[in-house]
Every structure is written in C-alpha cells, then in structure tokens.
Design a protein around this ligand. Structure first.
Ligand code: SF4
Length: 377
C-alpha cells in the first residue's frame, strides 16, 4: 500500500513515510488530510473561541532573534501592566462575551514569583468566571531560574492561585540545532517538553505549537511532529489528557534580527505543512488555522488542508503582528463566522477544550453592520 493509502486507512506513519509526503502533489496530500479531519472531528462544524491575549510585560532577557516584541528594562517603551490594567482588559473581553484570557509576557527578571501568584489571585477574586491560560514554558523556566525551585513546585503554586493552563508558545521547531541559530538563549526542546509534561500531569490545559520558516529541513519538521505525537501518546496514557490542540504558523521576521536571514514560509508551504501535520498527528483531533500569520483568506483555505478550528478573536495579538509588520491584531466574531460559513461549514463557538458552547445565528451576525472599531483601551 502506498503512503497516502496507508494514511487514509488510518494507519500510523513512520518518520520516513511522513518525509515522503513532502514529495507528493499537495492536492493529493490535502485530500487525505481533509478526509482525516472529517473523521476525527465534527465534519460539518468549524469551531472558534472568543478570547483575549494579554501581554503583561514586554521586558525580556531571552532576546530571541525572531522577536520584535520584547524590550530591555532600559528602553523607554518597556512596560509591566498593573493588575488593574489587566483587569480592565478582561472587562473589555467580557463585554463581547469572552471568558478566557491567554496571558503571556517576556521573561522579566525583575518580577518575583510572588507577583505572579498575587496577579492570579487578584484576577480570580475579581473575575472568577474567566479562565486563565498563562505563562509559556519559557516564562516558567525563567521562574525556575529566579526562584531555584523546580517547575512542579511552581506550577502547583500557580494552579492553587488560579492558573487554569499554559500556552504552548515557544515550540517553534523542537530541534535544538534549529533553535540555537534562531535564538541561542531560547528554552531547549527538552525543557519545553519537561514543563508541559509536568503541567499535563497536574491536569493543567496545554496546546502544542509549531512555527516553520527558520530554514529548517523537512527531517527537522518531521522530528518536531513525532516528538509532539510521542508526548501526546504518553500524556493520554499516563494522565488521561494531553495537548488540547495543535497550532501552527509561519515565521514573521519584519523588525527582527532575522529579517533577510531566514526564508520564512509561503502559503503553499504553510498549507502543505498543515496537511502533513494532520496526517502525522493521529492522536490530536484539533488543528487550528492561523489567521494572524496567514491572513483570513489562507486561514479559510486551511479548513480544507486539515484544520477544523479557526482559532480565536485574540483582541490584542502583539507578538506575531509586530514581527509581521501588519496590524492584524484581532478578529471580530463577524469576520470569523463569515469565513467559516463561506467555506461551507457551520460556525460553532467553543471553549478552550473544544466543547461547543453555542451555534451563533450566522444570518443575524452577517446582517450586523461591521464595527467601526473595537472598544479597546
Ligand atoms: S519570543 Fe518571548 S522569550 Fe523570546 S524574546 Fe520575545 S518575549 Fe522574550
């Protein structure tokens, strides 16, 4: 049986078989990826989440070459948000019906661990209905260095203070050779898995991520996917829960030190990689399309290349957008619903675990006048 027939039959592909997929015509690979997506998740529905990104500080001592977001503490536009400012952003999210924040920042050496605990307690006290997925593995690693305590101890304390889950940011390509060139001080792949595995063992929410376009080889991309698949097998077996989803996007280098030095990835490469991820990750049912990096139109096409989810409203995406040199910082529910419905699927609002919360009235949303601006501070 050839590799695509084996994939279509639901068989698990080996590293060399996944590698073969890069040499096949994309429409054929996409057809199998889409078939698998229809089987592994509700075939008529494409989901989305109403949420908000909050970047509590832009001060960071990791200095990744691909990052245009971070500042040193001496730069005039360096900031740390106050608890009240973060609370105000949550109130804006609640006004549009959102109940989840994704909160990440730089690795700020001036913030003690107690600050994080106090922040979580403050937010849970004032907004008990809002779930908090916060602090990527890089930030947890930074806290290990500041406190001298290991991630299990830190995550237990953060969970007690109100943390619901971790973002999977910092995955990029989980091969240290690639990471060392793009960001020498970046978290190593072993630490990324160690921290997320610990989070999963504690019942915290996690997702897996991937970024392509560093100039990585296909072999390195496959190595990334197989490590994710292995961790998912392990987590499901040992803890009964693993990554809730897989999110993939393309490297953006505008305003970064990698500009002109890394190739990035085209729409074709993005769609190819997404389709291959869908085939390779047979234990992960939810794959997101990436409108922040690819725009709404390619994200819409991604719904036929393996994605079953349109991501989230974000409201304030500051990291990908600044490195991309565009201002695509948020999506309205209307934009998301329109692109899903227009692609031939039923839009459904979900929670972070992909449980459907409601089916919006598509016609009523499409008949609304597009908002002139979001009510953001
Ligand atoms: S990507 Fe994250 S860790 Fe790297 S420099 Fe930017 S804020 Fe810091």
């Amino acid at each position: 049986m050839d590799v695509l027939s084996r994939a279509a039959a639901g068989e698990r592909l080996s590293a060399s078989e996944i590698l073969e997929l890069y040499q096949l015509p994309l429409p054929e690979v996409a057809a199998v990826a889409h078939e698998l997506r229809l089987r592994r998740s509700n075939p008529q529905v494409v989901t989305y989440l109403i949420d908000r990104n909050i970047n509590y500080t832009n001060i960071c001592n990791v200095a990744c070459n691909f990052c245009a977001f971070y500042r040193t503490r001496r730069q005039s536009d360096a900031y740390v948000l106050s608890f009240e400012e973060i609370g105000h952003k949550i109130e804006e999210l609640m006004q549009i019906g959102g109940r989840r924040i994704l909160m990440q920042g730089g690795v700020n050496p001036d913030l003690p661990f107690e600050w994080y605990l106090e922040l979580l307690r403050y937010l849970k006290r004032h907004y008990p209905e809002v779930r908090i997925d916060a602090f990527s593995p890089e930030e947890i690693l930074g806290l290990e260095k500041i406190t001298g305590r290991d991630c299990r101890e830190l995550l237990v304390a953060l969970k007690e203070a109100g943390l619901d889950g971790l973002p999977g940011a910092g995955g990029e390509i989980l091969v240290d050779e690639v990471r060392a060139k793009a960001a020498p001080a970046r978290i190593k792949s072993g630490d990324w898995f160690r921290i997320l595995d610990t989070a999963q063992s504690l019942g915290l929410y996690t997702i897996a991520t991937m970024v392509i376009g560093f100039g990585e080889t296909y072999e390195q991309r496959v190595a990334h996917l197989l490590q994710i698949r292995e961790q998912q097998d392990k987590a499901l077996r040992a803890y009964g829960q693993g990554f809730a989803a897989f999110a993939m996007w393309t490297l953006q280098t505008e305003h970064t030190r990698l500009k002109g030095k890394a190739p990035g990835a085209t729409a074709h490469e993005y769609l190819q990689q997404l389709a291959i991820a869908r085939i390779a990750l047979d234990n992960l049912p939810n794959l997101q399309a990436s409108w922040p990096s690819m725009g709404f139109k390619v994200a819409q096409a991604a719904l036929y290349y393996g994605a079953n989810d349109f991501g989230s409203t974000m409201l304030e995406e500051n990291v990908v957008s600044v490195a991309a040199g565009h201002n695509r910082t948020h999506a309205t529910v209307r934009q998301i619903v329109r692109h899903i419905a227009d692609a031939g699927f039923i839009p459904a609002e979900r929670d972070p675990y992909y449980n459907i919360k409601q089916y919006p009235d598509v016609q009523a949303i499409l008949n609304e006048k597009p908002p002139v601006a979001l009510p953001l501070a």
